[in-house]
Every structure is written in structure tokens, then in C-alpha cells.
Design a protein around this ligand. Structure first.
Ligand SMILES: O=C(O)CCC(=O)C(=O)O
Ligand SMILES: [Mn+2]
Length: 193
């Protein structure tokens, strides 16, 4: 990152947090074992499909609103629970939930947003594990319009913390490059508000 400009938040990237072999096993476990759903949202007067599959796991009280709907978490699977514990140890932080996204191909994407909902607290720590094909993660500074591109690959762990969500938005853009599926898990702590 640029040393002269205050970064406005903290971002840590641990490449290959999981080894290739572990990442392969986790990818297969999650691709086949999670309850992937296609969400629809009402936008500009019509229902549209969210361009990726999603699901929400966590402790029973970790209720989270996304795609405009309140989602009750599904109970942790053994594989998710194991990753949760490993990521908690790395971050020295506890999470009560995980949002899983499956990008089936290059036309699946995530629009520009900040994870700044009030149930995530003031300066949330969000740990994001990527598995499968690599994709571009774009950070867009809200004021300066600076853009930071980060490539997230198989087994990489990205940690977003501090005031990052106040100053930056992030996105996974569509790409014309031929892409195989990618799974992203964002571990979060939902507070009761
Ligand atoms: O897929 C990613 O790396 C980003 C996911 C994300 O931003 C989110 O779930 O809020
Ligand atoms: Mn996000």
C-alpha cells in the first residue's frame, strides 16, 4: 500500500493460509455440502437474481439481513466449524456466523458495497477465506476514488478491520476470462442490536 497516504482502515492478506491440499479438500466439502441458494432481490421495480449462490451459517441468534431479507442461520457443519476455529485462532477474535458465496463462473459477481450494517458493530473484523479459482477483489475509496486491486487465490485469507468499512467499498467484478467456480467464506460477528 502507498506509505504517504493514510490507508483508512486495516487490511491483511495471508496468501495460502491453507495449503493446496487442505484447500482442495475444503473446496469440495463446501461445494457439495453447503445449502447453496439462489437469492432474488427487488430492485428498480423488478425482481432480479443475485449473480452468485449464497448461504448463511452460524449460532442460532446470528440473524442477518442480506438481499433485503432476514436470514436465519443454518447450524455449523463440522467442516465449517473447523475452519471457524482455525480462523478465530489466527485473528484472536471470535465469530458467530459465516456468509458463504459461490461464484459459479466469471459472470457471477458481487457489486460494490461496504460491510457496514449496524449489526456488525462500529469497526467490524471480517475474515474472508477464498477457495477455488482466483478472482479480483477491488477496493474503492469512497472519497479519493482510489482503487486497490487484490487477487484472491485458493486458500488465501483476507482480514478487514479497523475503519476500513467506513472509508472503502469492495467488489468482485464480472470477468470475461474463463473462470471455474470460487467459494468465499466471510466470518463475521453479528451483534444483537
Ligand atoms: O467474495 C469475496 O471475496 C467478497 C465477499 C464479500 O464481500 C461479502 O460477502 O460481503
Ligand atoms: Mn463484503
Amino acid at each position: 500500500m502507498n506509505n504517504q497516504v493514510p490507508f483508512d482502515g486495516e487490511l491483511y492478506l495471508i496468501k495460502q493460509f491453507y495449503s493446496l491440499l487442505e484447500s482442495d479438500l475444503l473446496f469440495t466439502a463446501f461445494e457439495t455440502g453447503l445449502a447453496w441458494q439462489e437469492e432474488t432481490i427487488f430492485i428498480f421495480g423488478k425482481w432480479v437474481k443475485v449473480p452468485r449462490l449464497m448461504c448463511w451459517y452460524g449460532d442460532p441468534d446470528a440473524i442477518y439481513q442480506y438481499s433485503g431479507v432476514k436470514h436465519q442461520p443454518k447450524p455449523w457443519s463440522a467442516a465449517l466449524q473447523s475452519v471457524r476455529e482455525t480462523v478465530e485462532q489466527q485473528c484472536q477474535w471470535s465469530f458467530n456466523s459465516v456468509l458463504a458465496n459461490l461464484y459459479r463462473h466469471g459472470q457471477d459477481s458481487m457489486g460494490c458495497h461496504a460491510d457496514d450494517e449496524k449489526e456488525l458493530g462500529h469497526n467490524p473484523l471480517i475474515a474472508s477465506l477464498s477457495l477455488g479459482d482466483e478472482r479480483l477483489f477491488k477496493l474503492h475509496h469512497k472519497k479519493s476514488k482510489e482503487i486497490v486491486d487484490i487477487t484472491l487465490g485458493h486458500g488465501d485469507l483476507l482480514i478487514m478491520v479497523g475503519s476500513l468499512q467506513h472509508h472503502w467499498r469492495h467488489s468482485i467484478p464480472k470477468t470475461k476470462r474463463l473462470k471455474t467456480p470460487r467459494i468465499n467464506l466471510t466470518f463475521r460477528k453479528i451483534l444483537s442490536v
